[in-house]
Design a protein around this ligand. Structure first.
Ligand code: ASP
Length: 475
């Protein structure tokens, strides 16, 4: 099949030649004796002219039919040129057409519009159609391009890409865990990773020094119109670094990636803003530094937020915080962070918790928190002190992070890292408003998976295998 095919964009280099094209019928305009098909493939749209003997087949065609056609590429007359499409100077004089598959006349959602006015439920039920629209095709390709540039930049800088498990034990990132019952150990549960935090630290113990991963994370956070439970992170960890090293290195890499993608940035050197100043000035720790013109030009304004408090009082409305902070204090970002060197004394003594400043750094972009990380605890004493400061007993610490403490006594180097929200990064680059526009198959706002409508009930026999009983929920 493919050896005969040329792509629509290449018709421009095949003028006066007979070519074979494959694609979808974007639209048909029948004017009686002559008619036009707009044919679409992944590279664009081209106009096909038909008359005479092809009429019978054309009559049975409809929008979104999949066809193969042969015809001659011919130049259009001056007046017929269509500036709106790339192939607007040529058209195909149809010779033969073959139907490869049909499409129902009543297509559930239109695919030749922006799609933003269609109900979310319908867009996600027929996401494979929704993704056919040009806007979504562009976003998915932009995402793929970002991944490619990230990988190239990290490999160039001597990072190793390593995958970490999906079925694991809880990693605390301040959200509730998603649990998966074990088939072999009935009554026990795996947790899906809220991030690869602990594994990436263990990869530092393992001596890889520079790690990255495009990692799936799952967090039981309240659903919002623009967010589901899963997201993808660019996850990074480095050994033998202090805060300044991470800031310098990561900033340079982010700039290289953005420059390669032709993105304009507001500042050559990302401004660094103190957490308390940011909150005083903008009311929160994320902000948009662009002026109106820069917003129109889709310029990216990055800034670092530094000197975040290490601990905060538990928000009693937040189930995860209540569980994490046993004595009313919990971590602000990550329990594996260490304080700035001058606060380590208080940290170990458990004094002045409200004044302890973390090594945490957050990268803000156009009003969003794009990434965040910190220098980590790499000794038993440092990690234990954080959990003690949140009111954990020796036994509780052992149960939560005993495996980390063991590793920290077996030659773990000092290390630190960061993670970026990739969905958010794509959203900013594409100038979109919702994270869901950047994910091929996102969840609905009621937590149903796209197309397949999970979660689903399971048969009684399966419940038995897992040793699970369903209890009716009290209203
Ligand atoms: N694990 C952190 C997070 O997911 C990021 C980091 O500190 O590297 O937010």
């Amino acid at each position: 099949m493919l050896d005969q095919r040329i792509l629509i964009k290449d018709t421009l280099n095949n003028i006066d030649k007979e070519v074979t094209l494959f694609g979808w019928v974007d639209s048909i305009r029948d004017h009686g004796k002559v008619g036009f098909i707009d044919l679409r493939d992944r590279t664009g749209i081209i106009q096909v002219v038909f008359y005479g003997k092809n009429y019978e087949t054309i009559k049975s065609l409809g929008n979104e039919f999949v066809i193969k056609l042969t015809g001659k590429v011919q130049k259009r007359g001056e007046k017929q040129i269509n500036e709106d499409i790339e192939t607007g100077t040529v058209e195909i004089d149809l010779k033969e057409v073959e139907i490869l598959n049909t499409c129902k006349e009543m297509i559930p959602i239109p695919v030749n519009s922006e799609g933003l006015d269609i109900k979310e439920e319908k867009r996600l039920k027929y996401r494979y159609l929704d993704l056919r629209r040009t806007r979504m095709q562009k976003i998915m390709r932009l995402r793929s391009d970002l991944y490619k540039n990230i990988r190239e930049e990290f490999f160039k800088n001597d990072f190793v890409e390593i995958e970490t498990p999906l079925l694991t034990k809880a990693t605390k990132e301040g959200a509730r865990d998603f649990l998966v019952p074990s088939l072999y150990d009935a009554g026990k549960f795996y947790a899906l990773p809220q991030s690869p935090q602990q594994y990436k630290q263990l990869l530092m113990t393992a001596g890889f020094e520079n790690y990255f991963q495009l990692a799936k994370c799952v967090r039981g956070e309240d659903l919002r119109a623009d967010r589901g439970f899963e997201f993808t992170q660019l996850d990074i960890e480095m050994s033998f670094v202090d805060r300044e090293d991470v800031l310098t290195k990561i900033e340079a890499m982010v700039k290289n990636i953005m420059n390669k993608m032709g993105v304009k940035m507001k500042d050559n050197i990302f401004p660094r803003i103190d957490y308390h100043d940011a909150v005083a000035k903008y009311g929160e720790d994320k902000f948009d530094l662009r002026n109106e013109q820069e917003k129109k030009d889709n310029v990216l304004a990055f800034a670092w937020v530094l000197n975040t408090p290490m601990y905060k009082k538990v928000d009693k409305e937040d189930a995860a915080e209540v569980e994490d902070g046993k004595n009313g204090w919990t971590f602000t970002h990550n329990p594996f962070s260490v304080p700035m060197p001058e606060h380590i004394g208080d940290q170990i003594k458990g004094k002045n918790l409200d004044k302890i400043i973390s090594t945490q750094y957050d990268l803000v972009c156009n009003g969003y928190e794009l990434g965040g990380g910190s220098i980590r605890a790499h000794t038993r004493e440092l990690l234990e002190s954080t959990f003690k400061n949140m009111g954990y007993s020796k036994e509780e610490i052992e149960k939560q992070v005993g495996h980390m403490l063991t590793a920290f006594e077996l030659g773990t180097p000092p290390h630190g890292g960061i993670a970026f929200g990739l969905d958010r990064w794509v959203m900013i680059l594409a100038g979109e408003k919702s994270l869901k526009e950047t994910i091929a198959f996102p969840m609905t706002s009621t937590g149903k998976t796209a197309v397949m409508q999970g979660p689903d009930t399971i048969e009684e026999s399966k419940l038995k295998e897992f040793n699970i009983k369903i209890i009716e929920k009290d209203e």
